[in-house]
Write a new protein. Sequence first.
Length: 132
Amino acid sequence: MKQLLLQIFTWWSGQTVGTRFFTWRHGKRVGEDEFGNVYYEGPLSSYGLPRRWVVYKGYAEASAIPPGWHGWMHHRTNTPPTQDNYKPREWEKPHHANLTGSAQAYRPQGSLAATGERPRVTGDYDAWTPGN
């Protein structure tokens, strides 16, 4: 019952009932990435290009789409990575979703979020205070 209510009322925790019905009726499964996201292609859009969409595994986050699938989703290539034997270049790092706002987010040295306190200012800089 909980899953049914989530599908009816939320879009961020997987596909909704409308997306599930549209996918069942018009979608042709094209492939799946290493994260479990499933990619579909359907009828022509108003631009004359085939409509393409992804059903995310878990939370819907656009940065979770790997580079090869991103190019296919945005019509930069007509061949999906599953048919193209897409392999990242040797200089490319492994894909990670955007972690901003999470506990794993990047926090540079000196950031208040990294250590909880700001390091003391050194050198010839004096912090401005009102009344000086």
